[in-house]
Design a protein around this ligand. Structure first.
Ligand code: 5AD
Length: 331
């Protein structure tokens, strides 16, 4: 797709055109992954964060938020609960919490690997040194999620304080790739000051980086942040971006995100039909899950993980896809 075609899709409201984009995206996914939708065990390990991103509810300046941090034993127990349900990827996600030193993360990874040697571990704990990334990889982490958020550096500056730069974000992503991780990048749709040209840059950056995974979700306001009164992103634009991402990165693993489900009651199903092929049921203990409020009204799913998983599998099957409980590495 050339720039003109991409910008046209971003701007169009023509439903026939949009439907044909979605069916093309589904065809591309099917060529590589069939109808399989991979399930992951998501564990939100901490809502402490040293960063101050203007859009994010767990930013350090949010003094209204009650903070929590799972202990290594609690994290291991979440993995056990996920394994019992048959999940074979553990995703450890959290704010940039200085308590999780290289040493502590390594110990947690080693503990998980010892008990579950054949499961995949995905980390999503932000920007770290190249040395830390190498250490975590040696201790058994297989994958790393780090959204670039926006690939336009001027736009990046409007969403983050000056202590954070797009250049460093990109450096981290390239370091992760060099280390040997399956890497996930991605961006939000509908953040303040975003233009169609920003979104074009996002897709071009994805093509350049060639990540194994791509996380795309709508911006959602969180009331205790500087962007708390702004409008959320548009689900239709979000779905179009997801579909184009699928077409440009045919073998990527693309989650139907919680943010999608938050903005529309059947948001995840719509994402699957636009080319997504991953769903991440949340196994964080309920008391902590409520505090991992990166945006307002976050879809939480059913309180019982087993019921929740069953319901997700029914949704997947009902939408014409196959729930897949294998590790689901990138092809
Ligand atoms: N709305 C939508 N997504 C958000 N994220 C953080 N804050 C928000 C928000 N207000 C996303 C970021 C981050 C991911 C974990 O959650 O893209 O990388």
């Amino acid at each position: 797709m050339n720039d003109k075609e991409i910008l046209h899709i971003i701007k169009t409201n023509d439903q026939d055109e949009i439907n044909s984009l979605f069916s093309q995206a589904c065809k591309v996914r099917e060529e590589h992954y069939g109808k399989n939708i991979y399930l992951r065990c998501l564990i939100e390990i901490s809502n402490y964060c040293k960063n101050d991103c203007y859009y994010c509810g767990i930013r350090c300046s949010n003094s209204k938020l009650e903070r929590y941090r799972l202990t290594p034993e609690e994290i291991l127990n979440c993995c056990r609960a996920g394994d019992k349900l048959g999940l074979k990827t553990f995703v450890l996600q959290g704010g940039e919490d200085p308590w999780f030193t290289g040493q502590r993360v390594s110990e947690i990874l080693s503990g998980i690997k010892q008990e579950f040697p054949s499961h995949a571990i995905t980390l999503s704990i932000g920007e770290r040194s190249a040395a830390d990334y190498e250490l975590f990889f040696r201790c058994g982490a297989n994958r790393y999620l780090l959204r670039h958020e926006t690939a336009s550096s001027s736009h990046y500056e409007t969403l983050h304080p000056s202590t954070m730069t797009l250049a460093n974000r990109k450096l981290c992503l390239y370091n992760l790739k060099k280390t040997g991780y399956q890497v996930g990048a991605g961006f939000m749709v509908g953040t303040p000051y975003q233009t169609p040209e920003c979104l074009l840059e996002d897709l071009r950056f994805m093509e350049e980086l060639q990540p194994h995974m791509a996380g795309i979700g709508p911006f959602l306001p969180q009331k205790d942040t500087p962007f708390g009164n702004l409008q959320p992103g548009d689900i239709n634009l979000c779905l179009k971006m997801l579909a184009m991402c699928r077409i440009l990165l045919p073998r990527s693993l693309i989650p139907a995100t919680t943010a999608m489900e938050t903005i529309a009651p059947n948001g995840r199903e719509l994402a699957l039909k636009a080319g997504a092929n991953v769903i991440m049921p949340n196994l964080t203990p309920m008391s902590a899950k409520k505090l991992y409020s990166i945006y307002d009204n976050k879809a939480a799913g059913l309180p019982e993980p087993a019921d929740n998983l069953l319901k997700l599998k029914e949704m997947i099957t009902g939408a014409g896809f196959l729930p897949d409980m294998s590790r689901g590495d990138a092809k």
